[in-house]
Design a protein around this ligand. Structure first.
Ligand SMILES: [Zn+2]
Length: 236
């Protein structure tokens, strides 16, 4: 994986010496630093002061308040590019800089491997970026994460454009053919495909009826108009 590793980059012998010097009890070399030992530094939302906490219970105010519009844009992009699980990570990083992945995982009650997996997937789409810092004593690297919020409008525009293309293709298909549907709603297919099956449902054998798709067409046209309007707003 890119950059950060749970494992010390120094060799085991060197590591053992370091551990002897720094810890009263020998610990396993390949063990990750304990999350609850890391104190975190969190910038207040108004940047007025720095709160230092060592809590193990996630605070209720771990997310900064933002406008619905901003939140929706972030959620749409993250859901589309990664998944819904990654949304809290991004929202958590708002108002914070250089957040240790251990602190993040702890605050969001995520297992560190799970958190890392999501962080790297967000990184792939440039939604996040990170700095690596080597822990001088332990020898391993810790990643500190930031939210690259300026990418959101670009990603959102890209996603909407792709959706628009798909909707237009669908509209084209829906307008140029008749559709047949099984009475029990098992299948729906266009005229040509229905002919292949002699207008009988391949699932249950029922005769299929011609379906009035005017509501589908209406829905598609509405969505296209909406998206067109949204995308034009970006051009301004
Ligand atoms: Zn059927």
């Amino acid at each position: 994986m890119l950059g950060c590793s749970l494992y010390p980059i120094v060799n085991n012998d060197k590591m053992k010496k370091i551990i002897k010097k720094t810890s009263p009890k020998p610990i396993k070399v390949d063990k990750a630093p304990k999350v609850d030992k890391i104190s975190k530094t969190v910038k207040n939302t108004d940047n007025s002061d720095i709160i230092k906490t060592k809590s193990t219970v996630p605070s209720k105010t771990i997310f900064q308040k933002i406008s619905d519009q901003r939140k929706n844009a972030i959620e749409d992009v993250v859901k589309e590019l990664v998944n819904e699980e990654a949304i809290p990570i991004v929202l958590y990083l708002i108002g914070r800089t250089k957040v240790s992945e251990f602190v993040l995982a702890q605050d969001l009650n995520l297992e560190i491997h799970k958190a890392r997996n999501l962080l790297y997937r967000l990184l792939e789409h440039n939604v996040l970026y990170f700095h690596r810092k080597k822990d001088k004593i332990k020898g391993w690297y810790i990643c500190y994460w930031d939210f690259n919020e300026k990418i959101i409008p670009f990603q959102l525009e890209k996603i909407k454009s792709q959706k628009l293309v798909k909707l237009k293709e669908r509209l084209e298909k829906e307008s140029s053919s008749m559709f047949y549907m099984c009475k029990s709603a098992c299948t729906r297919m266009d005229f040509e495909k229905s002919m292949e099956f002699n207008f009988k449902c391949p699932e249950c054998g029922e005769l299929m009826d011609e379906q009035n798709n005017s509501r589908t067409l209406e829905f598609l046209k509405e969505r296209i108009t909406e998206l067109d309007k949204d995308l034009k707003a970006y051009d301004k």
